[in-house]
Design a protein around this ligand. Structure first.
Ligand SMILES: Cc1cc2nc3c(=O)[nH]c(=O)nc-3n(C[C@H](O)[C@H](O)[C@H](O)COP(=O)(O)OP(=O)(O)OC[C@H]3O[C@@H](n4cnc5c(N)ncnc54)[C@H](O)[C@@H]3O)c2cc1C
Length: 385
């Protein structure tokens, strides 16, 4: 344990930059602690949480310095540790922060100078929220099945279709949107106020999240709305995943820290059969196994994010591996923590119950576990002589 009594130990796997970002993000998250339970129950933007994000400089981490961001290039390890600190306190804060990068990264890597100058400084200050619209009613894991179409009409591009379960749907200022065009997939930057774009509510999920379904009915965009070349959109989506998929593992580490701390505080004080629960072998095993999983996935996460700094694209499979390991571990850890706390692990509105629900979607979004396993196994077979 660190002197503060927290599981958020200072890891020697982090360099000075990452440690400074971790400390900074912890301060921002601490400022959100008093309203975190309320924020995490909200499926619309929670204004005090957004105000805290805006007042901080955290969103600068997801934008290159030439456009109002912090570092020359977006640093996957910095994003990872920032998400760790945010998620431990509030999934709402974590999501608002992460989406600024997930929604805007394609602009950073493929946008025109004008697109970058128009949008990125506002993303870096969190004045404008960002969205990434890939998923459709008929296209989830299989993005090649995307049915939203882009058709060139003179100087304009006309977009028709629907996107579902889009984070920040209804709150974002723009959506980086993947569409089908002439047999390929293209990426478009669609401002939220475009005529023909409407947003309806997505069904409420077990861990509330700002989500909306987008309806695109004859949305007309100038040709300058393209992000990169026609038909090459998937490339920029993969670039986004290369940097941000590993950050889901960072968030999972933060969630595990929070859940395990709750379980430790409960089981070392509550006595049954004359001793604290934590001193009964099977309960001690729940705690010890959870700590082992937390610390091993922490190291894997930091190591993978540090490697992704050098060449994010080359590290996509490793990022998938770390995301898979950390999110699956988070579900196991939080389940053990609930078990160790007995009926107190089941109380609605408690921190542990919140973590239990929040761990679940992490195994579905940004690459569902089964789909990640397919790619990881393929890579493994390629790597072995
Ligand atoms: C909280 C939340 C936020 C989200 N935010 C966004 C967002 O901002 N933008 C966006 O575009 N989308 C977003 N999504 C949607 C998310 O990306 C999809 O849910 C995800 O891609 C999985 O697609 P699906 O839900 O349609 O599941 P499906 O693709 O239907 O998969 C269902 C199950 O089948 C498995 N499966 C699918 N194909 C295979 C296969 N070939 N082999 C083995 N197993 C397979 C999957 O692993 C999964 O277990 C969000 C979802 C959630 C829950």
């Amino acid at each position: 344990m660190s002197p503060s009594g927290s599981l958020a130990t200072v890891s020697r796997a982090l360099d000075d930059r990452a440690l400074a970002v971790l400390a900074e993000a912890r301060t921002v998250a601490a400022g959100c602690e008093s309203f975190a339970i309320e924020a995490d129950e909200s499926s619309v933007v929670h204004e005090p949480t957004l105000a805290a994000l805006r007042a901080s400089r955290l969103s600068e981490l997801v934008v290159p310095s030439a456009f109002g961001g912090r570092f020359d290039q977006v640093d996957p390890l910095a994003v990872c540790v920032a998400r760790q600190a945010c998620m431990k306190v509030s999934s709402h804060l974590d999501s608002l922060f992460a989406l600024q990068g997930i929604g805007s990264y394609a602009i950073s890597v493929a946008g025109t100078e004008e697109q970058r100058r128009t949008w990125l400084p506002k993303v870096a200050s969190a004045e404008v929220l960002a969205g990434l619209a890939l998923t459709e009613p008929g296209a989830g894991s299989d993005l090649k099945a995307i049915a939203t179409t882009a058709t060139v009409d003179g100087d304009e591009i006309v977009v028709d279709g629907a996107k579902s379960f889009i984070s920040n749907g209804g709150a974002a200022g723009f959506y980086t949107t993947l569409v089908a065009e002439n047999g390929g997939l293209s990426l478009l930057l669609i401002p939220a106020d475009s005529p023909g774009l409407t947003v309806t509510a997505t069904p409420e999920i077990i861990a509330p999240h700002v989500l909306g379904d987008l309806h695109l009915d004859g949305v007309r965009l100038p040709s300058s709305a393209r992000l990169g070349e026609p038909g090459k959109g998937l490339r920029h989506v993969l670039a986004t995943l290369s940097v941000f998929r590993i950050s889901v593992a960072g968030a999972a580490v933060g969630l595990m820290e929070g859940a395990l701390e709750e379980a430790v505080r409960h089981t070392r004080t509550r006595e049954q059969f004359g001793r604290p629960l934590a001193q009964h072998g099977p309960v001690a095993a729940l705690l010890a196994d959870s700590w082992a999983e937390l610390e091993s996935t922490r190291l894997l996460t930091y190591e993978t994010a540090a490697s992704a700094r050098l060449d994010p694209a080359a590290n996509l499979d490793r990022s998938s591996l770390a995301k898979l390991a950390a999110t699956e571990a988070a579900s196991r850890v939080v389940d053990r923590c609930v078990q160790a706390m007995g009926r107190w692990g089941l109380v609605r509105g408690s921190k542990i119950e919140k973590y239990y629900r929040q761990a679940r979607p992490m195994r579905v979004y940004e690459g569902a576990s089964e789909v990640l396993r397919l790619g990881i196994a393929r890579r493994l077979c390629d790597e072995v002589d």
